[in-house]
Design a protein around this ligand. Structure first.
Ligand code: FAD
Length: 292
């Protein structure tokens, strides 16, 4: 076992990751930690580096499928208050990586700052959204991001901005060890108007997502101008299922894991859909969900 001398109070072994992922199933983390300060985080990263323990960051788990029985890594979860704070200065909001995206949006609405409304209804954290450049067909978080504070793989704190910060469809240049904080430059607008826009978008987005199911993931990225959903439909896969994993009836790009379903069911269905779409359309769908 690796030595986490001095940090035993925040490190746990063999932590089940099922409660942290949106499919509510999956393997265990060999090591799991919830640091309470940036100093603890830096010390933890240093100990992992010295002992060659790989590190993985867990946000809201809404873009993860935990397929391994044991994730051979230190899984770090930034849930403590030190990593969830949100502050406002003029037309800029700074949100720590572990803050929920919904909290960032409600702060923006309350403060009368417009821009991020189109993200309403997307689950997860600020860091997860920055890493995956979360968004809709028209907008994404990257467009509003001024700078991002990170902890690099060398254990240095750095701020990425300008040319060092790039966003494209569901991707960012933020291949850093830890995303600590994002700063967003927004436009001043009447608070009631921002709230209305956020609520309208929330209703629209939620209407496009599976309702009333706990275990769901969004499977694939759109391909060029064609939605993954329409490619899945044109491959005749509407209603496809593998064991207890099935495609949502109304949103076929969402995989739903029903009662008693396993990770194996989910992975099998993901692979089946990818193969069938390739066979019928010639297009190799790229996974949106990250498999651990
Ligand atoms: C019902 C549903 C609807 C969705 N709708 C949309 C949508 O409309 N648009 C969209 O873009 N996405 C959508 N998604 C996908 C997902 O919600 C987004 O990708 C979200 O931004 C992921 O955030 P998270 O905090 O859950 O990240 P996680 O799933 O926990 O992690 C995602 C990635 O970010 C990394 N990460 C997390 N925290 C940190 C950190 N602090 N530092 C460094 N790396 C970190 C993880 O290691 C992983 O690589 C949807 C998912 C679901 C389940």
């Amino acid at each position: 076992m690796a030595d986490f001398n001095g940090l035993e109070h925040i490190v746990r072994e063999d932590e089940s990751l099922a409660p942290y992922g949106w499919l509510r199933t999956g393997g265990v983390a060999k090591y799991f930690a919830e640091p309470t300060t940036e100093e603890e985080l830096a010390a933890l990263v240093g100990l992992c580096r010295n002992q060659n323990v790989p590190i993985k960051l867990l946000g809201g788990g809404s873009n993860l499928l935990i397929a391994s029985e044991q994730v051979e890594a230190m899984v770090i979860h930034l849930s403590a208050a030190a990593f969830t704070d949100i502050s406002v200065e003029g037309n800029q909001i700074s949100a720590k990586g572990g803050a929920k995206l919904v909290q960032l949006l409600s702060t923006a609405a309350r403060e009368g700052l417009s821009g991020l409304e189109s993200l309403a209804g997307i689950p997860g954290t600020v860091a997860g959204a920055l890493k995956t450049n979360a968004g809709t067909h028209n907008d994404d978080i990257g467009q509003w991001t001024k700078s991002v504070k990170v902890l690099t793989r060398d254990g240095e704190i750095a701020v990425r901005e300008g040319a060092e910060l790039r966003f494209s469809y569901r991707e960012s240049s933020l291949n850093e060890l830890v995303i600590l904080e994002g700063t967003f430059e927004l436009r001043a607008m009447d608070s009631i108007e921002v709230t209305k826009r956020t609520q309208t978008q929330w209703i629209l987005t939620k209407g496009q997502q599976p309702r009333g199911v706990a275990g769901t993931i969004c499977m694939f990225r759109d391909h060029g101008g064609v939605t993954a959903e329409s490619l899945i439909e044109s491959a005749g896969l509407k209603g496809a299922a593998t064991g207890a994993a099935s495609l949502n009836e109304f949103c076929p790009n969402f995989l739903v894991l029903n009662e008693g379903g396993s990770v194996e069911n989910a992975v099998a269905l993901l692979n089946h859909v990818q193969a069938e779409v390739a066979a019928s359309t010639g297009i190799e769908l790229v996974r949106q969900v990250e498999v651990w």
